[in-house]
Design a protein around this ligand. Structure first.
Ligand SMILES: [Zn+2]
Length: 828
């Protein structure tokens, strides 16, 4: 901060001169109905001040010159306490956590006092990127205590265009407001007026690029104020404001702990500034929002004030239970030879509180890793490709490489040892060596070709060289850009794959980045051609026989629906051809203009072509997502497609709040009313399918789910007991919020894993559809985790011994927000 700007802050914050104090007193007098007696005036002037000074607990709070610190091990105890406090019932915190306008005053402190007194915010004040003395550079996301968030998550960001003047102006306003409030409370020692203190607050803001305004409300860009009294407008988007939860919980904390990785945290001016900053915004916010009533009520104030301390001696502890990720030099990012996992990655894998995106990718690589389509053709993802090219398989015998994790999930993974980094624990290894790689990816420009000319391919085949094809990614082909040239190429590629794998017995891998969406067009087209199945049969074949997760876009279905005509007619020719010769012949079929035209007009070869397409185009995916062997998650449209359900052997449908139209006028098997919430649970049996319908459960941010959850899971359990190998579809409208919540709970219960693990487990398996349970549902799931942990006879993976929960609300929400942010703003 330069000298002139600092002067501005000082002069503005120090306007509490005698004139001001006189006016303030006058205002207090005028606000009374009767003229006060001289005695009363005296009381008004000094009453609060005297009372406050007598109070020992306030005394500590008042003295800003002593820097309270807390021992590292005591801070750890507070972290554990966060995981052990009873979470308030959801109706005590909602809709407040959903951020409705003007509902702050509705919050009842008495209901939340016990929680508040036991809840601590743990905040990292800044990063240590480079140590000037040792010359060491550190990884930004390392040096993290468990249950902690970065300071900047709490605050509105300084926008790119904002100058330092904006920060100075806002800071001055906030400090003035704060000092006036402290004056009113009779706590003059508590004023922020020391130049060093103001400068340290400024620095803490500048380093983190933040304004000293909590992110509790949408910021009004014109006035930089956030306490406007807008209409009581309820925005459904507010049900998923994961980014606001940290501020909400700061207001519900009685302590904040600040730390960083600098050698001597007590001398660190950023930590010092952060301490004052947190204190400042906390009091300004509860005062402006009046969330615990009037701050001038001194007894209330004592109950609610925040104690901010600095954690001592956290510099470079490694194997401590309180350390999420130790401070690691950039060296730790280096991957050992023939490995994809670095030491840093191992630490990330072990810390289930953060970096959900990395975990999501690992999980994705596991569910879509290489599986055989026939003896020589495999389907996989880019990790399979990378691992096979790193010579991993060559370096090890096939026995050792047989680390194909049958559980196919990292959600059951135990803690890895970072000093023995080895990605054999993390990835599925390729199950064989491939000669041909077909990469499905978005094509860049019009000139990109799928493969080299036939002479080059032939030469490579003869020399046993590896061959690479490219194929346009699913979703990028539309009826509009289908040309005869493109159709010829698609067909040629499919036929090459078939010839090379079945007649030359070379091994091939079809792969795409995620392993389930970009390759699905080719996989379905190839299945149609090689197995002589129509499109619908091919979809069911890939799901039921190959057991592959896949996602097909509507335009893929549209193109495949016509392309199958060509593929099926050429498949017939191929079989006749193969009976007569053993020779390998490229371009054995000519694709003519007539073939091209027939695709669109000679639809007699595939009956029901139109109705199949119409049905599937409406179903995103088009199949419901398989989450466990017996459990599917889908939409209302999936649930209403009875033929599809039968094809998939699904015999039970759980309708969470949405009613199937087929139930109209049908007699139920049974009907009962849930106690407490007055919800009806009605069971029907129609056409061999059992439908469990639960009413009055809307995705409106109000309707709680927890009580019904136990009922639903109980029903699933008893249905499975009485029906061997039963497959069950859980659905709501879209299959992202209500039903996803039920499915997450079922996965927690079935696999005995914590909420975060189950959330990611389900999220990845919903493929291209992003599950988004509301804040209320996530909160209820955290309560459910507590209950599950309490009643389960085996330990729940992810919950630390002697803790009630695996994670606290603050960390959970900030990590989910970080993950969502990636999909909303992928460039960041
Ligand atoms: Zn610091």
């Amino acid at each position: 901060m330069n000298d002139s700007s600092l002067n501005t802050v000082n002069s503005m914050s120090l306007n509490l001169n005698d004139d001001y104090l006189d006016k303030k007193r006058k205002k207090m007098e005028i606000s009374r109905n009767n003229t006060p007696s001289p005695k009363e005036i005296k009381k008004m002037k000094f009453g609060r001040l005297v009372q406050a000074e007598e109070d020992a607990s306030l005394q500590k709070f008042i003295d800003l010159n002593t820097l309270p610190t807390i021992k590292f091990q005591d801070a750890y105890k507070l972290y554990l306490q966060n995981l052990n406090i009873e979470l308030p019932e959801s109706d005590k915190l909602f809709p407040w956590l959903h951020e409705y306008e003007k509902n702050d005053q509705d919050l009842n402190l008495d209901d939340l006092l016990e929680f508040k007194q036991n809840h601590t915010m743990i905040l990292k004040s800044c990063y240590l990127l480079h140590d000037d003395i040792s010359g060491e550079s550190y990884i930004e996301n390392s040096g993290v205590l468990k249950g902690s968030i970065n300071l900047k998550i709490l605050f509105h960001q300084l926008e790119d265009g904002d100058s330092m003047d904006t920060l100075i102006k806002t800071l001055t306003e906030e400090i003035n407001f704060y000092n006036r409030e402290m004056f009113q409370l009779g706590l003059p020692k508590n004023f922020i007026q020391d130049g060093d203190v103001i400068e340290s607050i400024f620095d803490a803001c500048k380093v983190n690029n933040i304004l000293p305004i909590l992110k509790t409300k949408q910021l009004n860009p014109n006035s930089l104020s956030y306490y406007n009294s807008a209409s009581k407008h309820i925005d459904p988007g507010s049900y998923r404001k994961f980014d606001f939860q940290c501020c909400k919980m700061l207001l519900l904390s009685s302590r904040a702990l600040i730390y960083c990785n600098h050698k001597d945290v007590l001398e660190c001016s950023i930590c010092k500034g952060a301490r004052h900053l947190v204190n400042l915004v906390y009091h300004n916010t509860i005062s402006k929002l009046k969330i615990f009533g009037d701050i001038a009520d001194i007894t209330r104030f004592k109950e609610t004030f925040l104690k901010v301390s600095i954690v001592d001696e956290f510099v470079n502890k490694v194997d401590d239970k309180f350390v999420g990720i130790p401070l690691l030099p950039t060296d730790a990012l280096r991957k050992p030879e023939h490995q994809l996992v670095s030491k840093f990655d191992t630490y990330i894998i072990n810390n289930w509180e953060k970096d959900f995106l990395y975990r999501e990718r690992l999980e994705m690589s596991r569910i879509s890793s290489n599986t055989p389509m026939n003896d020589n053709l495999w389907i996989g993802n880019s990790i399979d490709f990378e691992v096979s090219h790193m010579g991993l398989v060559l370096r090890r015998s096939f026995d050792e490489a047989n680390t194909f994790h049958q559980d196919n999930t990292i959600c059951l993974l135990d803690k890895l040892n970072p000093s023995e980094v080895n990605d054999i624990h993390v990835f599925n290894y390729p199950q064989c060596l491939w000669d041909l790689f077909i990469h499905c990816k978005p094509f860049v420009g019009n000139n990109e070709e799928m493969f080299e000319d036939k002479v080059a391919i032939e030469a490579k085949l003869n020399d046993n060289e590896k061959i690479y094809f490219n194929f346009p990614a699913s979703g990028t082909l539309g009826l509009g850009n289908l040309t005869l040239h493109l159709i010829k190429n698609i067909f040629q590629c499919i036929d090459y794959i078939h010839q090379i794998t079945t007649r030359l017995k070379k091994r091939a891998l079809i792969f795409a980045y995620d392993g389930y969406s970009e390759s699905s067009f080719l996989i379905l087209a190839y299945t149609i051609y090689s197995k002589q199945l129509n499109l619908k049969e091919a979809i069911l074949y890939v799901h039921k026989e190959l057991k592959r997760p896949f996602f097909v876009f509507p335009n893929d279905l549209e193109v495949l629906n016509y392309l199958q005509i060509l593929l099926l007619s050429k498949a017939k020719e191929r079989i006749m051809f193969e009976e007569n010769t053993t020779q390998l012949i490229y371009e054995r079929f000519e694709i003519t203009n007539v073939d091209f035209t027939n695709m669109f007009f000679n639809t007699s070869i595939v009956p029901n072509i139109k109705s199949d397409l119409d049905c599937m185009m409406n179903l995103k995916g088009p199949l419901p997502s398989q989450i466990l062997d017996y459990l599917y998650l889908g939409s209302l449209k999936h649930a209403e497609s009875f033929n599809l359900l039968k094809d998939m052997d699904i015999t039970c449908v759980v309708s969470v709040g949405e009613r199937l139209t087929i139930l109209e006028g049908k007699e139920p098997e049974s009907c009962k009313v849930e106690k407490g919430n007055n919800r009806k649970v009605v069971i029907y049996k129609i056409d061999g399918i059992t439908i469990y319908h639960i009413d009055k459960l809307l995705d409106n941010g109000h309707d709680p789910l927890l009580e019904s959850l136990y009922e639903i899971l109980g029903f699933i359990e008893s249905f499975r007991k009485s029906n061997n190998n039963a497959k069950i579809l859980i659905h709501c409208m879209v299959g992202v919020s209500r039903s996803a919540t039920v499915v997450i709970a079922e996965v927690m219960k079935e696999l005995k894993i914590s909420l975060v693990r189950a959330y990611l487990y389900v999220r990845v398996r919903r493929l291209n559809i992003i599950i988004q349970p509301t804040l209320l549902f996530m909160y209820e799931l955290l309560k459910f985790e507590e209950k599950l942990h309490e009643i389960s006879d085996v330990p729940i993976k992810g919950i630390q011994e002697d803790c009630k929960r695996s994670i606290d609300w603050v960390t959970l929400c900030s990590s989910i927000d970080e993950l969502n942010e990636y999909y909303l703003n992928p460039t960041n």
